[in-house]
Ligand binder design. Structure first.
Ligand SMILES: NC(=O)c1ccc[n+]([C@@H]2O[C@H](COP(=O)([O-])OP(=O)(O)OC[C@H]3O[C@@H](n4cnc5c(N)ncnc54)[C@H](OP(=O)(O)O)[C@@H]3O)[C@@H](O)[C@H]2O)c1
Length: 235
């Protein structure tokens, strides 16, 4: 891509999202940072400015589990960015539990963040995405396989992968590339307190590098799916 891209990134303040922001910031003109916590957004914005002074960072505090807030976010992003070159649906909710015993509403909350928000953001922003632009959906190895304690999470990530497959088809002739990323266990706040050496998990920067490499492909080639796991496999 010749011009400096505009990137819209959800879940930008921590973990994989924060690593993606750091990887792409030096080449971007604008990055929209989305998360719930305003203080974290400000802190992320400041840290990114230090490594990428040529990029502007706008913050969009938004709870993606709230449909009205998502609607407002879509309108704000459409107005702010007539051209969006990269959309990364990264934010995700993970409420551990079994389908049989988890609290009522767990599936609905995760559906809202993990499926409905990417669905609405993709629908709202694709008309602003020029030929050669790129959508990423951060799914999970749980999109394909069942894991104890991640039943409803897996349902939502399987649904996100299905959304990805349809978007891939529907956006083919629009010149918009679509990539699903299915990470295995990746060190982040979700793993805080786990009795595991950090080295046993992927680093967020390694997942960010996979997105970067997919984005670097020439416009006539799309990496449709990336499954990335620790070399020693799942936990
Ligand atoms: N870490 C793993 O092992 C792993 C494995 C496979 C897939 N994934 C997927 O990778 C993505 C990133 O995961 P991560 O582990 O890097 O996450 P993380 O470290 O927990 O960070 C989550 C990010 O999303 C934001 N976020 C969470 N809920 C939100 C909501 N309701 N509305 C708006 N923003 C919200 C958080 O900010 P606020 O809290 O301020 O909102 C934060 O910026 C997720 O989709 C996750 O499912 C992760």
């Amino acid at each position: 891509m010749d011009k400096q891209p505009t990137l819209v990134l959800t879940g930008a303040t921590k973990g994989i999202g924060r690593a993606i922001a750091g990887r792409f910031a030096p080449v971007c003109a604008h990055i929209a940072l989305v998360a719930r916590t305003a203080t974290d957004l400000k802190e992320t914005q400041q840290a990114l400015k230090a490594i990428a002074p040529g990029c502007t960072f706008e913050v969009f505090p938004c709870n993606l589990s709230d449909p009205e807030a998502v609607q407002g976010l879509c309108a704000a992003l459409q107005a702010q960015y007539p051209s969006v070159d990269i959309l990364i649906n990264n934010a995700g909710a993970f409420l551990p539990g079994t389908i049989l015993e988890e609290a009522a509403g767990a599936l609905e909350t995760m559906m809202a963040v993990n499926l409905f928000a990417p669905y609405h953001l993709s629908r709202a922003l694709w008309p602003n995405m020029p030929v050669g632009s790129h959508m990423f959906n951060i799914a999970s190895v749980a999109s394909r396989e069942g894991y104890i304690g991640k039943g409803s999470y897996g349902i939502t990530k399987a649904a996100l992968l299905s959304l990805h497959h349809s978007l891939r088809h529907e956006l083919t002739t629009k010149g918009i590339r679509v990539t699903a990323v299915l990470p295995g266990p990746t060190w982040s706040d979700s793993w805080a307190g786990a009795d595991l050496p950090e080295s046993r998990l992927l680093q967020a920067a390694e997942v960010a590098e996979a997105l970067w490499n997919a984005w670097q492909m020439p416009p006539n080639a799309v990496i449709e799916e990336i499954t990335i796991r620790p070399q020693l496999g799942d936990l």
